[in-house]
Design a protein around this ligand. Structure first.
Ligand SMILES: CSC[C@@H](O)[C@@H](O)C(=O)COP(=O)(O)O
Ligand SMILES: [Zn+2]
Length: 229
């Protein structure tokens, strides 16, 4: 069949979808990553090539669609992603684009594995980096209506956004994330984000919409904290 539209062409490109992941899923994931990255870039949170995004395609074995490395995140097209495994390495035998995976794919995979997230967003929002600089042991927030948007109480609860030091080794960063992450219980909701000092923020959610909401709300909360200190 001769592709008649860009969408047709894109579907035909993905003839190597692995077992359990359909071409339609890959098509939707690529389009979602590109449109969300453009949205974050327009907020100034993915300047230049900074930031990266992933969606969980499959849990067992873990497979994520993650943005390609070193690309202008405001200009991604729906083919600018690759599929990675639980370590963030290219999943063998899977077609798609020939990009390298995001340099931070290993941390995406670790977050998806530990939290069960369906999507992870990583942005270089300035407020996240400045807040981590001021409060390197964690940013305490309380008595703010916006906390309800990340699953916590608007009153009488202290919510701490963890901060971990930056590292270029994703295993080191992943271990630091896992040590700082407080698993949710029936009484206590999780905190769906972590700040990486002098680097940026990772936020996650059940799907891309929720991951984005978490990133946006937490950025607002961090800005409030900075402007009222
Ligand atoms: C300004 S580049 C910063 C990168 O080193 C990294 O932190 C980043 O967010 C983007 O890396 P990428 O490999 O393109 O996903
Ligand atoms: Zn980064």
């Amino acid at each position: 069949m001769t592709p008649t539209t860009f969408q047709d062409e894109f579907v035909i490109e993905h003839q190597f979808a692995p077992d359990g992941i359909t071409d339609a899923t890959l098509t939707q994931s690529g389009a979602l990553l590109a449109s969300e990255a453009a949205r974050f870039a327009s907020l100034g949170w993915m300047r230049g090539t900074s930031g990266n995004l992933s969606v969980t395609l499959q849990r067992d074995p873990l497979r994520l669609a993650v943005t390609g490395s070193g690309l202008d995140k405001g200009e991604l097209n729906p083919l600018d992603f690759v599929i990675v495994d639980a370590d963030g390495d290219l999943a063998p035998g899977i077609g798609g684009s020939d990009h390298r995976p995001s340099a931070e794919a290993g941390l995406h995979a670790r977050i998806a594995r530990v939290t069960g997230a369906g999507a992870v967003v990583h942005v270089h929002a300035l407020a996240a980096v400045v807040a981590a600089e001021h409060w390197p042991t964690g940013v305490e927030l309380r008595d703010l209506e916006m906390l309800k948007g990340i699953g916590h109480a608007a009153h009488d609860e202290t919510v701490v956004i963890p901060v971990i030091p930056n590292d270029q080794d994703m295993v080191v960063l992943g271990d630091a994330f896992e040590a700082a992450y407080v698993r949710p219980t029936a009484e206590n909701a999780q905190v769906p984000a972590i700040l990486v000092g002098r680097h940026g923020m990772y936020a996650w959610g059940a799907d891309m919409n929720q991951a984005r909401w978490h990133a946006e709300l937490i950025e607002w909360l961090l800005r409030f904290k900075l402007e009222t200190r």
